[in-house]
Design a protein. Structure first.
Length: 238
């Protein structure tokens, strides 16, 4: 429990120390706001992960295109999935996140600065707007990340992958990079009570899948096999 309290206190302190800067960065033009906010949040993410004691091993980083933006599609095991992924991004990268995450004090401003979008999956019209906005932001040069399960699996059976989750990539005609996160739940969700424990986490980045020339039928087939493609990466990437 002491480690968990330490992690929480350091996160709150980092957010408090950067509260004024978050408001200043909100006034920057795009894409400068996205890129400079990423640098701040990467530092916060690195500090956060250091205090957990976790060891994160990344596989397939060479599969992330350097010359164009992409749409990352990942499984979702833990609260720590976002800082784990942020740590290795070399250009503006934002997340499609649950609406509830946008209600966290001090965190929402930084997430908005980063380009994050908050989705209410119970509101179809709002979800459609978020999908279109995500596509527009990628067309402007921002990477986007989505967790198609919509909520954390906490190390248990995965939740149903929402087929419409890949729609932004089709609209923006950008490549999809499948990402498999393995072991993140062991940091917090897999423990009893309020406990954060050191854990070894593996993250597998698959080869980008071009969506620009996909027909409607190919898009439907691809969306239906997204879950399988993500979990294949552990076997494909050694």
């Amino acid at each position: 429990m002491l480690r968990a309290i330490n992690v929480i206190l350091h996160l709150v302190w980092d957010l408090l120390c950067n509260c004024r800067k978050a408001k200043q960065y909100a006034q920057l033009p795009l894409p400068q706001r996205w890129n400079e906010s990423l640098l701040i949040l990467q530092r916060l993410a690195k500090n956060l992960m250091t205090h957990t004691g976790a060891r994160v091993i990344y596989h397939g980083l060479e599969n992330i295109p350097e010359d164009r933006n992409v749409f990352f599609v990942a499984n979702h095991q833990s609260y720590f999935d976002i800082p784990i992924l942020l740590d290795v991004m070399d250009r503006g990268t934002a997340f499609v996140a649950k609406e509830s995450l946008g209600k966290v004090p001090m965190l929402r401003q930084w997430m908005e600065n980063l380009g994050c979008l908050f989705i209410d999956r119970d509101d179809i019209k709002q979800s459609v707007r978020v999908i279109r906005t995500a596509a527009e932001q990628m067309q402007q040069g921002l990477n986007m990340v989505i967790f198609p399960e919509g909520t954390r699996s906490r190390g248990g059976a995965t939740h149903e992958f929402k087929r419409g989750s890949v729609k932004p990539a089709f609209l923006a005609k950008v490549p999809v990079v499948p990402v498999c996160i393995d072991g993140a739940y062991k940091i917090f969700e897999g423990n009893k009570g309020l406990r954060v424990k050191p854990a070894e986490v593996h993250v597998y980045f698959g080869k980008p899948v071009d969506t620009a020339q996909m027909s409607k039928a190919e898009q439907r087939e691809f969306s239906g096999h997204m879950e399988e493609l993500i979990f294949q990466q552990k076997d494909i990437i050694k």
